[in-house]
Design a protein around this ligand. Structure first.
Ligand code: CA2
Length: 147
């Protein structure tokens, strides 16, 4: 049975590739999912890829991942900067967690510089564009292989 990785995306990431390409690039979230499926196959991983605009749904999915996932890749989007609920849910997850941001949040407005999720994340990838998701999967494969 392949290791299962939940890839969870927060609010407005459904707009990826459709607005603000100078910040987020031209690839859509469907493109990101396709790239992640291909990368996961290469690494022998199975992915569950989801997006929601609702904080409670992210919390529910993280709780689901607690039982069902071997690792979590999460782009919490704006909830990174506001949500203790998402941090608490991730703190209850025993598996590796990697936080991904398409843009470099540290080179943007000061309110984006702090992420609650980073307090729990085993690694944080920011500013690599959508390639950040693929780097996260590669790191997850390394971490799970060394277990
Ligand atoms: O850089 C990232 O991946 C972010 O997580 C994206 C969030 C932002 O709030 C974070 O600070 C950094 C925004 C989600 C995407 O929002 C879009 C809005 C318009 C057009 C395209 C995407």
């Amino acid at each position: 049975m392949p290791n299962v990785v939940y890839i969870l995306n927060g609010p407005n990431l459904n707009l990826l590739g459709k607005r603000e390409p100078e910040i987020y690039g031209h690839q859509t979230l469907d493109d990101v999912r396709d790239l992640c499926v291909a990368a996961a196959e290469e690494h022998g991983l199975q992915i569950i890829f989801r997006q929601t605009n609702a904080e409670h749904e992210l919390v529910d999915w993280i709780q689901e991942a607690r039982e069902a996932a071997h690792a979590v890749v999460i782009n919490p989007a704006a909830y990174s900067h506001t949500s203790i609920a998402i941090l608490d849910a991730l703190n209850a997850c025993p598996c590796p967690v990697i936080e991904v941001h398409v843009s470099n949040i540290h080179a943007r407005e000061s309110f984006r510089h702090h992420s609650y999720v980073s307090h729990r994340a085993d690694a944080v990838i920011a500013g690599c564009g959508v390639e950040g998701y693929l780097l996260a999967l590669r790191r997850i494969a390394t971490l799970l292989e060394s277990k």
